[in-house]
Structure formats: C-alpha cells, structure tokens
Ligand binder design. Structure first.
Ligand code: PLP
Length: 235
C-alpha cells in the first residue's frame, strides 16, 4: 500500500473507532509521526490529506521544514526536547506535545517571551511509571501545573502520554483510561487562566483505536502511515 492509501485507511479507522463509541470523527485529530521519513515521503502524506505532522527530532524538523515538507499541514513537535534546542522549535511548531519538566517549560517560556508569542504545549505524563521514559508522574502533575501556570508565554492545552509498548492493544486500555481521568479532573479544576484542557494526545499505530474509545482527541501514527522504520540504518 502507498503512503496515500495508508493515510486514507488510518483516517477511515479513526472515524470507525470514533463512531463505535458515540464520538464524532471530526473530534479526533490525526498527527502523522514523520520521524525518519524524508521530506518527499512527508509531502506524499500531506498531499494525501494528512493535516498534522509531528516531528521528534529538532534536526529533522529543521531540515525538512527548510525543504517545505510540511507546507499545507500543521507542524507539531512530539519528541523529547532538550532545553538547549528550544530555540529551533518554539514558534515553529504550533504545539509541543512533550513538555516533561518544569525546567523545559521555563526554557520554552523564555524563548516564547523573546519572540513575543504564546506557545501552546501539552504536558507529557509518564503514565506507565517507566524509568526509561520521560514525563511527569501523575503525582508530579499538579505541582508542575502550579508552576507552569505562572508562565505567561505558555498555554497548557492538555496532556500527552506514551504508554508502555504493548503486545496487544487492549493491554494499554487502563493507562488510557487513567489519562482521561487526569485530563478531566484537571480540566474541571479551572483554577488557572492559561491551562485549558482541550487536547488529550494518546494512541499510536498499535493502539490508537483503543485510545480513541478512552477519549483521545489526538492520535500520533507513524508506522501505520509510513510503514516500519528501519532503525538499523538510523544515524
Ligand atoms: C514514533 C512516535 C509515534 C508513532 O509511533 P508508531 O508506533 O510508529 O505509530 C507516536 N508518538 C511519538 C512520541 C513517537 O515518537
């Protein structure tokens, strides 16, 4: 199947998963995880109707952006972001999904302030409590929001999670459900004016349909669109 076929097929599956749980397909945004796919392949996806691209690495984002890869789509940053690289991402990516520390939020806030903009971000939650993954634990989330909500050049738009790698999609259902609870609880607190819980980014190729049934409003799909990545030849 071509990239264009895959884009159409993933969109159909998203729509079916939404309808199956009484949600509207328009309420779910597909973000194509474009890592390790060159500008030509990204263009193919965008031309087939991919409206959101999510990049993981700053260098890839900068290179492909200069090549016009994302034209006609929204650009998001979804990977681990180092503080010394925020300059290349803030203001270029509309949404940064992966804010995983208060220090990173501070660095983004400073850069956004220098540019005179408000940067939209999501807070990454380490919902599986994995030592190998970044993100706030559920317990760290509220204190982090207390600090981040004072940063004037940031807007917290929601939460993001990458649950543990699963053998079967259903295995992660309880993590998605815990994420939805956190998202709803924090949204209902309404005590901060720059925190608006409107986006719940969770679900990847192996489990996005389950994530949708648990309330995901953004799913990040790489393999399902671009095919398997060849890590063996990765730089
Ligand atoms: C690579 C990646 C994805 C997509 O993973 P697939 O399993 O290929 O769909 C989603 N989110 C993040 C943060 C990623 O790095």
């Amino acid at each position: 199947m071509s990239i264009a076929d895959n884009v159409r097929q993933v969109k159909e599956k998203i729509a079916a998963a939404a309808l199956a749980c009484g949600r509207s397909p328009e309420d779910i945004i597909l973000v194509g995880a474009t890592k390790m796919n060159d500008a030509a392949r990204v263009r193919e996806a965008v031309e087939a109707g991919l409206r959101y691209c999510g990049e993981n690495r700053v260098q890839e984002l900068t290179e492909k952006n200069a090549q016009g890869a994302y034209e006609g789509s929204h650009l998001h940053f979804i990977g681990h972001l180092q503080k010394n690289k925020v300059k290349q991402v803030v203001g270029t990516a509309e949404l940064i999904h992966s804010v995983d520390s208060v220090e990173l939020a501070e660095a983004i806030n400073r850069r956004a302030g220098a540019l005179g903009i408000v940067q939209d971000i999501l807070l990454e939650v380490n919902i599986g409590g994995e030592a190998s993954k970044s993100g706030f634990t559920p317990g760290e989330l509220r204190p982090a929001i207390d600090s981040i909500s004072t940063m004037e050049n940031l807007r917290v738009c929601g939460l993001m999670a990458i649950p543990p790698v699963c053998e079967a999609p259903e295995e992660n259902r309880h993590y998605f459900s815990e994420m939805r609870k956190l998202y709803i609880d924090i949204g209902e607190e309404k005590k901060y004016n720059n925190v608006i819980m409107g986006i719940l980014s969770m679900g990847m190729s192996a489990d996005y349909e389950v994530a949708i049934s648990e309330g995901a409003s953004m799913v990040r799909v790489g393999t399902g669109i671009f095919g398997a990545r060849n890590y063996g030849t990765a730089k």
